[in-house]
Write a protein that binds this ligand. Structure first.
Ligand SMILES: Cc1cc2nc3c(=O)[nH]c(=O)nc-3n(C[C@H](O)[C@H](O)[C@H](O)COP(=O)(O)OP(=O)(O)OC[C@H]3O[C@@H](n4cnc5c(N)ncnc54)[C@H](O)[C@@H]3O)c2cc1C
Length: 474
């Protein structure tokens, strides 16, 4: 049974209800029903998963060829997974240059970043042209230094952007400049990335769903795909026989043989405050900036139009399957709330009204890969590592182009067909991930508190890098 939390007086039971975003979006527009699949049908393309990846893929398929028969099968409701639960950071990739350059070289790395930048704008344009009020706001992204150990990371990030000719995309901020944008006493400097927009993610997901239904895409919610037989999707009450299949299952990929060595499922949690627009004005955070720190166990936060703070990160854990731990983890909520209280002491009297969590599909490179499984007609996008809002739109375009055989710039992006190193097999993968993750959090907490992290903790936190993964501490 989940534990009821009492955070500043508000009793919170994580997992007892859907995310605040999705409840808000459904209250505003529940949408037309999409009943479960109850018979065998045929289609040109069957898509497993009704999150951003699956829905953007369907959207771009209908753009390429309005006559294609597209079916989406979603075990929950569209946007019921992380696409309707995330922080709503549609953010650029200029902070990912280190990994991108190491994997693909500077030219392809910059191309990938530009594609993500275009995707952010594309989300805004999509919302505007389809009458979707997803609270899209371009406020940029502030990376805030909260520990001396992060100063070097910040400098290297800005330097690398300069070296690839993208100095306009990422620029350093002094402590005063960071605090002018958001006066948290925890911030001692940082950097500003131009590419960053906040959205209400569930409104985007539900808006996408509406547009797809208008385009005659068939959506079956409450329909779990138990396996793919070639490109036929098998569900308990019917099968979809299709020419092409797309796996858009995010962290649930740990249960699919086609994807499981490429992913580890980690949890991330978000707490949401009551509206406090006056307090936001007091700390000067009125520009709509997305903000995060530099921890591996990232803390990320943004505001809403009615003056709330949604604050994510903190105490995620790793697991072998996507189970209740990803939604019902009271300890992770408490750790996230503690992070919030640490960064925003002036919000001490502001209640935390909501909390929820979800799974993140961590890839060995910290970057997603899109492509085709072997020579089959099964396609996938996976490994967003907690940064999928803007990349899923790129993935949707790529997958639609791969399915239709279109020769476009999108299919030549370096993430397409990328083959990251595999994670170790289970049970070592999830055990190792759990141990390393706790070590990273312990190391980063010690650094933030000005303490020297212990030798063992430091070594464990470095293990992934030593094994050739682009994860964890240097
Ligand atoms: C708490 C949290 C905060 C985050 N914050 C951010 C952020 O601020 N910015 C950002 O860029 N990214 C963020 N992310 C990551 C981002 O949400 C994801 O990368 C993105 O939503 C991935 O979209 P998707 O469609 O691939 O996956 P999902 O939204 O997870 O969709 C996959 C869908 O597949 C369905 N499914 C799984 N298995 C089956 C099956 N067998 N049959 C049928 N359906 C199935 C699931 O129910 C799910 O709806 C966050 C994630 C979490 C959990």
């Amino acid at each position: 049974m989940p534990t009821a939390l009492n955070l500043t007086g508000a009793a919170l039971t994580p997992g007892a209800q859907r995310s605040w975003w999705l409840r808000e979006a459904l209250a505003q527009d529940p949408g037309q029903p999409c009943p479960p699949l109850s018979e065998d049908v045929t289609a040109d393309v069957v898509i497993v998963g009704g999150g951003f990846t699956g829905m953007w893929t369907a959207y771009f398929l209908t753009e390429r060829d309005p006559n294609l028969g597209v079916v989406i099968l979603e075990q929950d409701v569209c946007g019921g997974g992380p696409s309707g639960r995330n922080g709503g950071f549609a953010s650029g990739w200029w902070d990912e240059l280190h990994g991108l350059v190491a994997l693909y070289g500077p030219e392809a790395a910059v191309r990938a970043c530009r594609a993500i930048s275009a995707s952010i704008k594309g989300i805004g344009e999509f919302c505007a042209s389809h009458g979707i009020d997803a609270w899209y706001r371009e406020g940029g992204y502030v990376f805030a230094i909260t520990a001396t150990a992060h100063e070097r990371l910040c400098e290297e990030m800005v330097k690398l952007a300069r070296e690839v000719g993208a100095e306009d995309e990422l620029r350093p901020l002094s402590a005063a400049e960071v605090r002018a944008r958001c006066a948290s006493p925890a911030f001692s400097g940082g950097a500003f990335m131009r590419d960053g927009a906040s959205i209400q993610p569930a409104r985007l997901a539900r808006g996408l769903r509406r547009v797809l239904l208008e385009r005659d895409v068939k959506i079956h919610e409450g329909t779990t795909v138990t396996r793919l037989d070639g490109t036929t999707a098998i569900t308990p009450h019917g099968a979809v026989r299709a020419r092409h299949a797309v796996l858009a299952v995010n962290a649930w990929g740990v249960g699919w043989p086609q994807l499981n060595r490429r992913l580890v499922a980690w949890s991330s949690y978000i707490v949401m405050t009551a509206p406090a627009p006056d307090r936001l004005r007091e700390i000067g955070w009125t520009g709509g900036e997305l903000i995060s720190d530099f921890r591996t166990s990232l803390r990320y936060f943004r505001t809403t139009p009615d003056g709330r703070i949604a604050f994510g990160g903190g105490g995620g854990r790793a697991r072998r399957t996507v189970d209740d731990m990803f939604t019902h983890d009271a300890r992770a909520v408490t750790e996230t709330a503690e992070g919030f209280r640490l960064m925003f002491p002036s919000f001490a009297g502001v209640p935390i009204e909501d909390a929820w969590g979800g799974p993140i599909d961590v890839s060995p490179t910290h970057l997603p890969a899109f492509g085709r499984i072997g020579a089959s007609n099964v396609y996938y996008a996976a490994g967003y590592t907690g940064n999928g809002v803007a990349p899923t739109r790129v993935a949707g375009e790529v997958l639609a182009d791969l399915v239709t055989g279109a020769d476009t710039d999108a299919v030549r992006l370096p993430m397409v067909g990328a083959r990251p190193p595999a994670f170790p097999p289970e049970p070592f993968r999830s055990w190792g991930a759990a141990v390393v993750r706790r070590a990273m959090i312990a190391k980063e907490t010690a650094e933030e508190q000005g303490r020297e992290p212990g030798f063992l903790v430091t070594q464990l936190a470095r293990t992934p890098r030593r094994m050739g993964y682009l994860l964890g501490s240097d």
